[in-house]
Each structure stands twice: as structure tokens, then as C-alpha cells.
Design a protein around this ligand. Structure first.
Ligand code: C2E
Ligand code: CA
Ligand code: CA
Ligand code: CA
Length: 280
């Protein structure tokens, strides 16, 4: 059991022990989740403003735990990052997303989602051989590397030199690099200079304030000018209302993602959207 400070146990240590045990149990379950087929991907549409045409999708991992039901990636991804299991998990996610991209391309051709985004964690970027794995995956799948978007956070890229090198190498392979959750990390505009960023994903916490006369609204408005000048695509994340979508469009945003347009959904539901747009 963990002890706090000078080795003396306090009243909350038993609670901390229980939390650590629950964490360890969940971590053990996660290791078997892959072989037991409990993991799957959902895809959330990224749409063009104002009409909502599908521009791409973001792959988001889901875990159906046999006892706890759906466990949020907000819980198990940080857990997997802490214990290093994210490397194996992330490998599976990337393979599955690329497999799905290739399948869509075969079945829907020019109507397939043009871009497929995959979240890449800092730990994966630092893993030696990661870039070579991605290169091999691209070769064997035959998909156009430009259709694959690697979503990384500012914190991940700023964390280590290796991470920035990996991001540059992914860019050299032809992947598009998106800076995720922009504005929430150790934001540094110099990252837009040092890193080959093609897409800026403006975090929901800023988008939330976009309809008011808030500091967030001023920042969201200012960012569009920066991205246009740098020829970077801006995606507004977490758009939940028509008002927000309208304001973002007026500011000059061309791309958005959020519950107002569509929630993350199974690949089969994305296919329904594709068949509607082809028959329409
Ligand atoms: P993220 O990469 O920022 O993904 C966007 C999250 O915002 C998703 O949550 C999505 O469901 C949610 N979202 C989208 N639109 C809205 C909206 O309008 N309102 C609200 N309230 N939420 C919205 P999700 O799927 O629970 O994922 C949470 C986080 O877990 C992700 O944040 C990402 O950091 C991580 N994650 C999810 N899937 C993966 C993955 O495959 N690999 C890695 N490394 N991380 C992942
Ligand atoms: Ca993301
Ligand atoms: Ca995000
Ligand atoms: Ca987030």
C-alpha cells in the first residue's frame, strides 16, 4: 500500500488504495480486451460549414467492458498511456482505421470519406520504430497517405525531441498532421512554425464561448486569420448548436465537428450517410 509523505498512513490512504486497485483491475482487463474483441472504433463526421457535407471522419476508440458496459476513452486511454499499453492499443487502432479506410475506398471510390483522422498519443510517437510501422502499414494497405490525418496534441509534440522528429517523419510519409485540442495544452505559436501542421483543431472549450462576447470568441476569431495566413485548415471542435455553427461560419471557419452535426457512430452508420449522399 502507498503511504503519503513521511510514511505515516492517513485516513484517505485506504480510499487511494481502493482507487489504485480498481485502476489495476481495469488495466488488466484492458490487456485482454483486444483478444476478446471488446474494442471497436466509432467515427465522427467532420463536416463543411455551413451545409454539413461530409469532409472526413475522426476515428474514436470504444471499449465494451463485459461488466461495466461502455468505458469512456477519457478513462482508459490515460490509463493505457500511464502503463505503456497504449503502444499496442494504438497499433491496433491505426491498423483498424487504415483497414476501414481501404474498405471504404474499395466500396465507395470517390464518395468514400476523403480524410480519416486517427489520434496518436505521445507515447506512440516516442516508440522507436513507430514511423517505420506506419510506413509499412501504408504500403500494405495501398491507401493514399494524404487521406490519413495524424491527430497529435501540442503537449505530445512539445514533450520530447523524439516526438517532434516522429511528427516530421510522418509528414514526410505524406500524412497530414493535425494539432488536437488547440489552445488547451502548453500552447505555443512557435509550434506552428517548427512543426509541419496542416490542420488546427480548435478546442471545444473555446468553441463553447463563440456566441458570446467572450475572450474565447475573440481568440477563435483571431485563430482563423492565423490559420488562413499559414495555409492551415481550421476545424472547430465540439460544435453543439446551430448558433455556434453560424457564428463560426461567419468568422470564416470552413470545417466543424460536433454533436450539432453528428455524434461518433459505427462505420455502418457512416456508410448510410455515404449512400444517402450518393443517391441524392
Ligand atoms: P478528442 O481527440 O478531442 O476527441 C473528441 C472528443 O469529443 C470525443 O470524445 C467526442 O465524442 C467528443 N465530442 C465530439 N463532439 C462533441 C460535442 O459536440 N460535445 C461534446 N460534449 N463532446 C463532443 P471521446 O470519444 O469520449 O474521446 C475522448 C478523448 O479520448 C479524445 O478526445 C482523445 O483524447 C481520446 N481518444 C479517443 N479515441 C482515441 C484513440 O483512438 N486513440 C487515442 N490515442 N486517444 C483517443
Ligand atoms: Ca482528436
Ligand atoms: Ca480534440
Ligand atoms: Ca479532447
Amino acid at each position: 500500500a502507498k503511504t503519503s509523505g513521511g510514511g505515516r498512513r492517513t485516513w484517505f490512504d485506504p480510499i487511494m488504495d481502493q482507487l489504485a486497485d480498481a485502476d489495476a483491475k481495469l488495466a488488466a482487463d484492458l490487456r485482454t480486451a483486444l483478444v476478446r474483441d471488446e474494442l471497436f472504433l466509432h467515427y465522427q463526421p467532420i463536416v463543411e460549414l455551413p451545409h454539413g457535407r461530409l469532409a472526413g471522419v475522426e476515428a474514436l476508440v470504444r471499449w465494451r467492458h463485459p461488466e461495466h458496459g461502455l468505458v469512456s476513452p477519457g478513462v482508459f486511454i490515460p490509463l493505457a498511456e500511464r502503463n505503456g499499453y497504449i503502444v499496442e492499443l494504438g497499433r491496433w487502432i491505426l491498423h483498424e482505421a487504415v483497414r476501414q479506410t481501404a474498405e471504404w475506398e474499395r466500396e465507395y471510390g470517390a464518395n468514400a470519406p476523403e480524410k480519416v483522422s486517427v489520434n496518436i498519443s505521445a507515447r506512440q510517437l516516442r516508440e522507436p520504430g513507430f514511423v517505420d510501422e506506419v510506413a509499412a502499414l501504408l504500403r500494405s494497405s495501398g491507401i493514399d497517405p494524404h487521406r490519413l490525418v495524424a491527430e497529435v496534441t501540442e503537449t505530445a509534440v512539445l514533450g520530447t525531441g523524439e516526438a517532434l522528429d516522429a511528427v516530421r517523419a510522418l509528414h514526410a510519409l505524406g500524412l497530414r498532421i493535425a494539432l488536437d485540442d488547440f489552445g488547451t495544452g502548453q500552447s505555443s505559436l512557435s509550434l506552428l512554425v517548427d512543426c509541419p501542421v496542416k490542420v488546427l483543431k480548435v478546442d471545444k472549450s473555446f468553441v463553447d464561448g463563440v456566441t458570446g462576447s467572450t475572450a474565447q470568441a475573440v481568440i477563435v476569431d483571431g485563430l482563423i486569420g492565423i490559420t488562413e495566413g499559414l495555409r492551415i485548415e481550421a476545424v472547430a471542435e465540439g460544435v453543439e448548436t446551430a448558433d455556434q455553427a453560424y457564428r463560426l461560419h461567419k468568422m470564416g471557419y470552413r470545417l466543424a465537428q460536433g454533436f450539432h452535426f453528428a455524434r461518433p457512430m459505427p462505420a455502418s452508420d457512416i456508410e448510410l450517410l455515404l449512400s444517402i449522399s450518393t443517391s441524392g
